[in-house]
Structures are given as C-alpha cells and as structure tokens.
Design a protein around this ligand. Structure first.
Ligand code: CAO
Length: 416
C-alpha cells in the first residue's frame, strides 16, 4: 500500500526545487501530473545534455514516477482544461517566478473558488518583504540564507556548498508542508496555502550558525580553530573551515594516497569521551594523563599539534582502514567518499538509495532513490515521463474527454 495513494497532485514545477518536492510525493504514492508547456516542457529536459536527443540527467533524476501532460495554460481551451484539473486534484505545486500563477489567471483566490479543498504549495526565492519579487536560483539562496557566509576557510571568500540546500532542501521543506496541510484537511475539509521560501529553508538548515551568532555575545567560540590560534572573532559567525559544529573539535585529515587521490581524506573528531582511545590508537599514550592534553580545555590551544599527530597516523592508513580501526573504539570518523565511490557502493544499491533506471531514450542511468524509507510504503523508482507521454491518457481517464473532443483540443493548440 502506498502511503499517499489516491492523492492527486497537479505539478507545475520546473528545474530543481519544486520537482524535488513532487518526486517525493510521487514516491510515497501520490499521482503526480506534471503540467508542461507544449513543445519544450521543463527547461531542464534540455539542460546539461549528455545523450543528444534524450532527456537530460538533470530532468530524469528529478522527475521519476510522474506523468507528463502538455498544456498551454495561456490558451483559452488550455485554461478550461486546467480549471477541470484543479477541481479534480488535491494539491497544486508550483515554483514559478513570483506572480506567474496570477498572470496565468490561477492565483490562490481563483483556485480556492474552483476547489476549496485544494492545497496550493509554492516555492519562492524569498518570503514577503523587500525581495519577494526576485527570481532566485540555488546559489543565490545559499548566499541569502547565511550558508555562504559561514562556509569556507577563515582566510578565503564565502563559499557555496555542493549540497543543493536551496533547491532540494526547500523542496523537502515544501513536501512536509503539503502532507501537513493534507492531514489538517481531514479535520477542516478545506485546503490552504503552503509557502516555502528558499531563503527560509537555507536559514533553517543554518540554525546552528545563528546559535553561534548569539553565543558570540558571551565570548569567543572555543570550538572554532581560530580560538586556539588566538585570532580575533569579529561580530558575526565566522567561517569555520572543516571544524566540527557540535562543540567537539574535528577536522579533515590526510590518509594514505592523498598525494594522488583528491579524496583520500577522513573526517576525525576528537570527542572527549574517546580521548584515551585516540591517544592509544595514534601511539601517544602519555597524552591520556598529561595535564597539557588530558582535558578538552587543555587541548583547545594545542589543536594544531593534536591534529598534526593524528594526521601523521591517518596518513599511514587508507580512509577505510581508519574507519575500521576507529569505529569499534567509538572514535567518530568518516571517510571522504567521492561520487564515484558512492555510485559503486553495493550497500547503497541494496537499500535503494542508489538505483539503476532504464529509460527508452537514454538507456540505463544511475539515480538517487527515495532517501526516506517507509516500512509499509516502500518506494519503487520508475523512470521519468517523456514530454507529453500521458497527455491523452490523462485527458481521457481523468477528465472523460471523448476522441472527438480530444481532436478539437489538439487543434486548438492547448496541448501538443
Ligand atoms: N503554459 C503556458 N505558459 C507557461 C507554462 C505553460 N504550461 N508553464 C510556464 N509558463 C510560463 C509562466 O506562466 C511564465 O509566464 P509569465 O512570465 O508571462 O508570467 C513563464 O512561463 C516563465 O516562468 P518563470 O518566470 O517561472 O521562468 P523563468 O525561467 O523566467 O524563471 C526561476 C525561472 C526558477 C528563476 C523562477 O521560476 C523562480 O524564481 N522560481 C521560484 C524560485 C525557485 O524555485 N527557484 C529555484 C529554481 S531551481 O534552481
């Protein structure tokens, strides 16, 4: 049984943030109808193309388990079809530029009139305020949400992260808002508006950095390397390099092979409780009781020396050997895995986190499956739809159009 079986989603999303959200809903069993502009569809179908003539990986990896309907929503016949779909569906999700739905004639007020049970969910770059009209992409959100100012090294520029916290992160937030609104609808019988602003989503993910901003008022942040190095803290949360954010010093250290392999590194946390075991593992048994090293406070001004010693040891081991030795000792470490290693990792294939999908145009490719596992609603990943693949099927089965009516609709240019 699929958890969201019976829920119909009208999916007006494009690029990454919105499609991440509706893909999750589809994996949980919702019937997601992706509405696309005739002829071109979601612009990502043709972005970063690796197989000429086939939908790109950008598109296929974000639109699994959906059906595709081409519909020109600015054409009069197209508008009538859309009205009927709105009456039939439970959720409308969109991530157009601010005002686009209103310009199309389908703002929240109009949608409520057509279907009071409808939940209308939107991703926008910013919430209400001075920037609400801006178009926003991933890195803009990372910068406006505080991630860039707190990422990178102290002596370098603000840095964006490879994790798509602005797009995919906001899609996740929106999906939670939608299922919550669906739950509330059981009680109230009516829908509501759900908004996830990308800036807000990134700020939520940077919560610990706002924590640190306020802690600065009470003095320097001792777990940041700059404290031990005697570098002044300014008046805002600084970039922390690879320092661990949880109050336990941690760094990325070289492992065997680092000279030629850019990912031969491990993360290593000198967790207080594991200190005696760390000292023994790296062959510094005297540090267990030496008052200069025995306590976290004593170590704070010696972190460079401590991590240099640990690194001299990690450099004699592969990142996987470090993991094998440290894990049984409860020393928190983690190998820096490359995308190649992740794509080849058997256990990730077995759990369905990495899946191989077959596609009629591009053949086999790897994708990321559903990252959330429901025991009673396992997600089966199905390939993304071709542009307009389900147009006739949806118009017939969902809206009951006859073949003659379908011919007229085709002639009107509303679908393509
Ligand atoms: N039929 C007819 N018209 C359609 C249509 C359809 N099926 N689908 C889309 N359109 C129209 C829209 O109505 C809009 O028309 P108007 O400009 O006349 O209102 C037009 O296509 C373009 O939509 P857009 O403005 O959303 O697209 P864009 O490429 O200019 O901007 C983006 C893209 C992502 C910057 C913008 O949509 C945005 O800011 N979205 C919100 C934030 C977001 O999700 N950003 C993350 C994107 S992933 O990196």
């Amino acid at each position: 049984m699929e958890a969201l079986k019976g829920i119909k989603v009208l999916d007006f999303t494009h690029v990454q943030s919105g499609p991440t959200c509706t893909q999750l809903l589809a994996w949980f069993g919702a019937d997601v109808i992706k509405v696309e502009r005739p002829g071109s569809g979601d612009p990502t179908r043709g972005q970063l193309v690796d197989v000429p003539g086939a939908d790109s990986l950008y598109f296929t990896m974000l639109n699994h388990n959906k059906r595709s309907l081409t519909l020109n929503t600015k054409n009069e016949t197209g508008k009538r079809i859309l009205e009927r779909l709105i009456k039939k569906c439970d959720v409308l999700v969109e991530n157009f530029a601010p005002g686009a739905m209103e310009r199309m004639g389908f703002g929240w007020e109009q949608i409520q009139k057509l279907n009071p049970r409808m939940i209308m969910a939107s991703v926008k770059g910013f919430g209400p305020g001075p920037y609400e009209d801006c178009k926003v992409y991933e890195n803009v959100a990372q910068c406006a949400g505080g991630a860039a100012s707190t990422t990178g090294f102290l002596d370098g520029p603000p840095t964006v992260t490879g994790a798509q916290i602005g797009d995919s992160g906001t899609g996740l937030h929106l999906a939670l808002g939608i299922v919550t609104a669906l739950y509330q609808r059981h009680e109230t019988g009516i829908g509501q508006r759900v908004l996830a602003a990308m800036q807000d989503g990134v700020i939520n993910l940077c919560r610990v950095k706002l924590r640190d901003q306020q802690r600065l008022a009470a003095g320097p942040l001792t777990e940041y390397s700059q404290y031990g190095e005697g570098i002044d803290f300014g008046d805002t949360t600084p970039r922390a390099g690879n320092d661990s954010g949880g109050g336990q010093p941690g760094r990325i250290l070289k492992c065997k092979g680092w000279e030629t392999d850019p990912n031969a590194y491990t993360y290593f946390i000198t967790q207080a409780a594991a200190w005696p075991k760390i000292c023994k593992a790296i062959n510094k048994p005297a540090w267990v009781d030496d008052p200069n090293y025995a306590t976290p406070n004593a170590r704070l001004t010696r972190l460079n020396e401590v991590f240099d010693a640990i690194e001299s040891w990690t450099m004699t081991k592969t990142k996987f050997e470090v993991m094998q030795i440290c894990n049984p000792l409860d020393i928190p470490v983690g190998p820096i895995l490359s995308m190649k290693e992740i794509s080849e990792e058997e256990s990730l294939r077995e759990t369905g986190t990495i899946v191989e999908i077959d596609h009629p145009e591009r053949g086999k490719y790897l994708s990321v499956g559903c990252p959330v596992k429901l025991s009673a609603s396992p997600a089966e990943v199905k390939r993304s739809p071709l542009l307009g693949e389900h147009t006739k099927e949806i118009l017939r089965s969902e809206l009951g159009y006859t073949d003659n009516e379908l011919d007229e609709i085709l002639e009107s240019g509303a679908v393509g």
